[in-house]
Design a protein around this ligand. Structure first.
Ligand code: VGL
Ligand code: ZN
Length: 204
């Protein structure tokens, strides 16, 4: 069966980048790489999805209310904004998650588009069976999204040059990558994708 691909960019938001409320070390370094992936996908007319963490002010996700995290990505704040250098093509489908004050919602499969349609439904209705995943953070939302994608039997490519982790424990990202690969995700880089695309016959 022909693979129908889509790109998922997970939570590349100001609060997850250096200077933000829950900064991922070097989180902003992936932005130029993601821009290149987006150019490739955009040229091919392959769909691009961008998820965002979109929390209410009061959420059990936050330390203040008994959860694990400092307050971050609060709806309509600067911290919740996508990184300003991220060049999202206009056809990018924005997904939001984390709106339920009682849930953590790490996975993009818990996210919905502007009309409230879930990510899985959106993928199914466009016949997508292959997902390329990059973004933040490797050890939380990227991992959770990839494991869910594998559960739903999507082919997953993990974009090794376009992910970064929180690493509360130094090995967290490494372990997350191992877990995703064990589950069936394949590692990929921009160079490999460009090379692969060059070698494909036109029209395929
Ligand atoms: C995330 C921690 C808390 C993430 C979201 O996007 O990886 N991590 N909320
Ligand atoms: Zn969050």
């Amino acid at each position: 069966m022909e693979e129908k691909k889509a790109l998922l960019i997970v939570d590349v938001q100001n609060d997850f980048c250096p200077g933000g409320a829950l900064a991922v070390p070097e989180g902003d370094k992936i932005v130029p790489i993601l821009n290149k992936y987006m150019m490739i996908f955009s040229k091919k007319k392959w769909p691009i999805f961008a998820s965002r963490d979109w929390h209410p002010k009061e959420s059990k996700h936050f330390k203040k209310f008994g959860g694990p995290w400092p307050e971050h990505c609060i709806q309509n704040t600067k911290g919740a904004g996508l990184h300003p250098d991220l060049r999202l093509p206009k056809e990018t489908i924005l997904l939001s998650k984390g709106m339920d004050p009682d849930k953590d919602s790490y996975s993009a499969f818990q996210a919905v588009d502007a009309k409230g349609t879930g990510f899985f439904e959106l993928l199914k209705s466009s016949g997508i069976n292959g997902l390329f995943v990059g973004g933040l953070a490797t050890d939380y939302c990227v991992k959770s999204s990839v494991l869910d994608a594998l559960k739903h039997v999507f082919k997953v490519k993990l974009l090794m040059d376009a992910i970064r982790g929180v690493n509360i424990n130094p090995e967290d990202s490494e372990q997350a990558i191992e877990e995703m690969v064990r589950g069936g995700a394949e590692k990929m880089t921009l160079q490999e994708l460009s090379q692969y695309e060059k070698n494909r016959k036109p029209g395929r």
